[in-house]
Design a protein around this ligand. Structure first.
Ligand code: DX5
Ligand code: ZN
Length: 229
């Protein structure tokens, strides 16, 4: 993974066909996705359950690029090795998931993955201040995590604050929740570079009719890039 700040679109497979993850990942990649975002939920940290490391391992061979795994689980530490073995490139833990985020980030790096830290809408930017030199990605949640298809919560001020805190460090700002062509310009302008989108990518298409995935990805990317043109 090389670092750059260009806009990257990361479809969330939470909005894909759960019986067909491999083909769905291949379809959105063929249609222009940059990363694949994989949402792991435990029914404890968030009020919904998805899947765990075995499913991540099963879909890994169907992803050519970056597998971006977003853990909405607590605790995190007992499962880090399992997600490394499953082939995660980026492993993101929530700062709210436990008292020892520093230890968690050390363990993620130690297991050979890029380390991400996620912030719920109610968590301020300065929650990452002491670990800024340990992270590769900061995920700003623009919904309360747990479900796809929720309404975007404007976190532009927090994104801009984080962008200033990051300075020249090679740290991505990822936005997760309610991203579509109307909200993408706001977050891109504030300094985000990785845009997760579930419903706004998968709506209207399928593995047998994947062209709408491509149109949806293009629409989000153009809206985000349009900020600068
Ligand atoms: C929310 C998940 C998101 C979600 C985004 O808990 O972390 O990745 O799938 O879905 P949309 O784009 O539909 O808001
Ligand atoms: Zn997510």
């Amino acid at each position: 993974m090389t670092f750059d700040r260009s806009i990257k679109i990361a479809p969330s497979i939470l909005a894909a066909d759960f019986a067909n993850f491999g083909a769905e990942c291949a379809a959105v990649e063929a249609q222009g996705a940059d990363w694949i975002h994989v949402d792991v939920m435990d029914g404890h940290f968030v009020p919904n359950i998805t899947f765990g490391p075995a499913t991540c391992a099963a879909i890994r061979p169907h992803i050519k690029g970056v597998m971006d795994v977003h853990l909405m689980i607590a605790p995190v530490d007992p499962y880090i090795e399992a997600f490394a073995d499953a082939g995660a490139d980026v492993l993101t833990a929530h700062v709210e998931a436990g008292p020892h985020i520093h230890r968690t980030l050390q363990a993620i790096k130690g297991a050979g993955m890029k380390a991400g830290i996620a912030l719920n809408p109610g968590t301020p930017a300065n929650a990452v201040a002491e670990v800024m030199d340990m992270v590769d990605l900061i995920c700003v949640m623009t919904v309360n995590p747990g479900f796809g298809g929720q309404k975007f919560i404007d976190m532009s001020a927090k994104i801009a604050e984080l962008r200033a805190m990051i300075g020249d460090r090679p740290v991505h700002i990822e936005i997760d929740g309610g991203v579509d062509p109307t909200t993408a310009p706001l977050v891109a302008k504030a300094g985000a570079d990785v845009l997760v989108a579930g419903s706004a990518v998968f709506r209207g298409g399928s593995v047998s009719d994947p062209a709408p995935y491509g149109e949806n990805i293009r629409a989000i990317r153009e809206a985000a890039n349009g900020v600068w043109t």
